[in-house]
Design a binder for this molecule. Structure first.
Ligand code: PMT
Length: 406
């Protein structure tokens, strides 16, 4: 039973009678080879002792911001980053209410606010409490924000009533966790992509553009959706259909693209810059259509912001992937770009003439990262995108999970 091989599960336990089942859950998760970090609310400790869970999980149970050695070992933000999944089992009505309202009044609720990991709740409460419109509204609100509910089940309750509100059994929670990770390696993770060209206006009817069709970036968006990621696609002017499940934001200029990237950056885990962003734009944009009155017309161009480099240089950068479109010396120029822009990975393609790259349905990529390289031979962009997404995911987790424990 090694289905959860190395996955890091932060198990939050809140104060309900079902908390006693958390011991069995920890045991099953550990048997599946997950790393388990238990975080308990104060009320949970009335139902099961931290010592029991510490013994089963092999890690010090966290209860408070101010646990002994806390700041010396791992702070709450690092704990939030550590998790691949936050599972709250049992999740009481009170905890759901606090989560729905963005409270950060104990360690567990704060971790939930600070994490980019997927959050799953296993509700456990009296059936009337579960059916109460306040709880139902909180449950719906949480689901619209991407929180997953596992259960509750129906049946006999500790209070003697029968109905919905029982926590799913530990074995059922384990299989939900396995399902979460098995086919969808990026479940609950967020990917931000740029795609297509930018258009830099010269006057009301003319612009500086390029030959990008958006096909490569849109295929990548589709490939990431298939891995379970939440995908935001910032698209330059293209006529392609939006991949089902992606949130698309249309822009025209590099400046607009930069603004939208920055607006969506904070919760993204992986950023992929596939757009062919204009490096320069006209310094001034004529208010009226420029007349054909002169023999020569000089345009002064000024530099656009480098979106990719800005993302990589941000305070807490996501895993950052750039593209390099080159007409010669592919690897040399791509390596230079990777180092200069300080990105985790770069996907290099030859463009122009008979090459793939722009506009065509096929492309080939050489993917480069520090100390590594992978060739993705000429293939349809849909297929190529799947291979590239798989390579990105592999490197993303390799970076996220260096071998040491938190
Ligand atoms: O859209 P298609 O027709 O399918 O074509 C696909 C593609 C050829 C456009 C794509 O595979 C590709 O190579 N995209 C990157 C194009 C590009 O602008 O490359 P570059 O080498 O000039 O830029 C390097 C990287 O910096 C890119 O990730 C680019 O998005 C980014 N960049 C560049 C300039 C800038 N001002 N901001 C940026 O973020």
């Amino acid at each position: 039973m090694l289905e959860l091989n190395g996955k890091r599960i932060l198990l939050g336990i809140t104060g309900g009678i079902a908390a006693y089942k958390a011991a069995e859950l920890v045991r099953l998760l550990r048997r599946s080879n997950a790393e388990v970090q238990v975080v308990m609310t104060k009320a949970a400790t009335e139902f099961i002792t931290p010592l029991t869970l510490q013994t089963l999980s092999g890690r010090t149970v966290r209860q408070d911001f101010f646990d002994a050695n806390d700041e010396a070992t791992i702070g709450h933000i690092d704990l939030a980053r550590w998790a691949d999944l936050i599972l709250i089992a049992p999740a009481t009505a009170d905890f759901m209410a606090r989560l729905a309202h963005g409270r950060a009044n104990d360690l567990l609720s704060t971790l939930c606010l600070a994490t980019t990991a997927p959050i799953a709740l296993a509700p456990a409460m009296n059936r009337q409490m579960w059916l109460n419109p306040a709880t139902q509204t909180n449950a719906s609100l949480l689901q619209t924000r991407g929180v997953t509910l596992w259960g509750p089940a129906e049946g006999e309750q500790a209070c003697g009533e029968t109905g919905p509100g029982r926590m799913l059994e530990p074995a059922a929670l384990l299989s939900q966790a396995v399902k979460q990770f098995s086919h969808q390696p990026l479940a609950g993770q967020s990917v931000l992509l740029t795609a297509g060209p930018t258009q830099e206006p010269i006057d009301p009817v003319r612009f500086i553009g390029n030959r990008s069709s958006g096909k490569m970036g849109f295929a990548l968006a589709q490939a990431f959706i298939e891995t379970g990621a939440q995908v935001h696609l910032i698209a330059g002017p293209v006529t392609l259909a939006t991949p089902r499940g992606a949130t698309r934001i249309d822009v025209a200029t590099a400046h607009e693209m930069q603004q939208q990237v920055s607006a969506h950056l904070s919760r993204c885990n992986i950023f992929v810059a596939c757009a062919a962003v204009a490096d320069y734009r006209p310094e001034t944009v004529a208010a009226e259509k420029i007349k054909k009155s002169r023999e020569q017309l000089a345009l002064t161009l000024i530099k656009n912001p480098d979106i990719l480099a800005e993302v990589a240089a941000s305070a807490t950068p996501p895993f950052t992937v750039g593209f390099a479109a080159e007409t010669e010396q592919l690897i040399k120029h791509a390596q230079e770009k990777r180092r200069l822009k300080r990105v985790d990975m770069i996907a290099a393609n030859l463009v122009g003439a008979e090459q793939g790259g722009f506009e065509r349905d096929e492309n080939a990529l050489t993917v480069l990262w520090e100390g590594g390289r992978k060739e993705l031979p000429m293939a349809r962009k849909e297929k190529l995108a799947q291979s590239l997404a798989a390579t990105i995911i592999e490197r993303y987790y390799a970076k996220k999970h260096p071998t040491e424990n938190p």
